[in-house]
Design a protein around this ligand. Structure first.
Ligand SMILES: Nc1ncnc2c1ncn2[C@@H]1O[C@H](COP(=O)(O)OP(=O)(O)OP(=O)(O)O)[C@@H](O)[C@H]1O
Length: 280
């Protein structure tokens, strides 16, 4: 079975800055991975490389390759000519909500269906009844169907993130890459968004890779944690091995950024987000 995501010796340089250095990483179908690391460690760059939004350094054939479900995204510093085929399987959720604020919530979610529509229907946004039903069901699943007719910009940050998650569902994404999806949110909204992401992943078997500043969320919601430092993967293993001492050892002076603030209340364990629970 092809991996949901496979990065093979991928690097990215900006001028003299090695943002990502020789990273190889495999995420299996349905697997949930948290990506942690201090500011500037390369998390966002890695997610952008994985989705083909930016090109890796050219390093000769056989290196710098990214595949999603066996379909090539890029290799050797070149984007695959039919990158749309790979992107169809990849849903993206960003820190800044990446919705069209003046369009309705419903239309923003329907955008997820564009990749499967023919050019004419897509250009004019001629969504059919089936697509509208699917979009409404996705909005209901993330708990914001009641806001379907509102403009996206009228929603709170957390609600907008849930619109982006509904859009990934409508897209039929089998892998969701989320780049600091809770960084701009208050703790209650952040927890709700994390619950929604993990529930979506569980219920639909969608692989999930989420970059997070908050180590507490990484360990509470994910079995596998990948930690980055200065563009390199410096830890890839079970969340249970992550503790304050480990982080201090691993990150030295920048550990403070990663260690839980003492007043933080750890969110409910996965049992609270089991399949039987619907997101409200
Ligand atoms: N477009 C760019 N041009 C130049 N340098 C960049 C660019 N994007 C990222 N960098 C640099 O690459 C390094 C990695 O950045 P990246 O945004 O991937 O880190 P990050 O771990 O996601 O950080 P944060 O948690 O603060 O978002 C940083 O030193 C950053 O300044």
């Amino acid at each position: 079975m092809a991996a949901a995501l496979q990065l093979d010796r991928v690097s990215k340089t900006y001028g003299a800055m090695r943002a990502v250095e020789n990273v190889s990483l495999t995420i299996r179908e349905g697997e949930r991975v948290a990506l942690i690391g201090a500011s500037g460690s390369g998390k966002s760059t890695l997610i952008r490389l994985a989705s083909g939004l930016i090109l890796a350094d050219a390093q000769g054939s056989g290196t710098g390759a990214v595949h999603a479900f066996g379909i090539k995204v890029q290799e050797g510093g070149r984007l695959e000519s039919d990158v749309r085929a790979a992107r169809r399987n990849i849903g993206l959720v960003f820190q800044q909500f990446a919705l069209s604020g003046r369009l309705s919530v419903m239309t923003n979610v329907l955008v997820g269906a564009l990749g499967r529509m023919n050019a004419l229907r897509g250009t004019f946004g001629l969504f059919n009844e089936d697509e509208r039903r699917t979009a409404y069901a996705a909005l209901a699943e993330v708990g914001i169907a009641q806001h379907a007719a509102k403009r996206a910009r009228e929603l709170s940050g957390g609600q907008q993130q849930r619109v982006a998650i509904a859009r990934a569902l409508v897209q039929g994404a089998r892998l969701v890459l989320a780049d600091e999806p809770i960084a701009s949110l208050d703790p209650k909204s952040a927890k709700r968004v994390m619950d929604t992401l993990v529930t979506m992943s569980r219920d639909h078997g969608i692989a999930l890779c989420v970059s997070l500043h908050q180590v507490d969320y990484a360990t509470a919601y994910f079995d596998r944690v990948v930690a980055m430092n200065a563009g390199r993967v410096v830890f890839d293993g079970p969340a249970s091995q992550i503790n304050a001492a480990f982080l201090t050892e691993l990150y030295g002076a920048s550990a403070e950024e990663l260690i839980l603030p003492s007043q933080f209340v750890v969110p409910a364990p996965p049992v609270a987000i089991s399949q039987s629970q619907t997101v409200s």
